[in-house]
Design a binder for this molecule. Sequence first.
Ligand code: AMP
Length: 249
Amino acid sequence: MKILVAVKRVVDANFRIRVKRDGSGVELDNVKMAMNPFDEIAVEQAVRFKEAGVASEVVAVSVGPAKAEDTLRQALALGVDRAILVQHEGRTEPLGVAKVLRALAEREAADLVLLGKQAIDDDANQTGQMLAALMGRGQATFASGIEIAGETVRVTREVDGGLRVVDLTLPAVVTVDLRLNTPRFAALPAIMKARSKPLAKLTAAELGLDLSPRLTVLRTEEPPQRQAGVMVATVTELVDKLRHEAKVI
Ligand code: AMP
């Protein structure tokens, strides 16, 4: 079984985001970048399937600038077999990425495509869903458990108020949630070894695709500043404030 796993290079989750002065987006100069945290979980799951002998090969794919090679090298250090970078300068959008992933899933004859449930930069939560629709395959989103048995993948999904278990026929698309696993750290020897693992580079045009944006970002704004909290001495005072100042009860 071959697994394709999508990894996006995003602003590091621990870095404080700054909006550009002209509101055209967020500052990306001199900003620490990292693998999208949900994609780390997808990589970990794919590597566990490889280690368990369930998967024969794991291929990581990223659509992004030349620097996204670093993110793919990290995936290789974590145990992925080989990587494909589809070079694209500028913003990527879920539909464009989904088209690239479909082209590569078909070219690679992938049985399972694993993605994060969302990229923490645009919070779109769309790519996996669009990919499944384009491929005409089953999808399971927000996975907190994935088991493979023959031609079927059983996915436990995190839904409002509980868990839902679904069976999909392979090939299929699965997007992963936070509680699926705890990603490992790459050991130094693995990081060294990753440098010599195969990493192919291509462009969207070579796949016959056009990744020009279909969406226009009108404005990006900082969230409103939060007011400082107030300490109250008694429950009576709290109730009084909630009733007469906040007017929420
Ligand atoms: P999104 O729909 O943008 O929230 O992203 C959902 C998932 O799609 C991410 O967690 C990644 O697994 C994948 N993805 C999105 N954009 C890219 C990209 N540029 N390159 C590779 N994978 C991506």
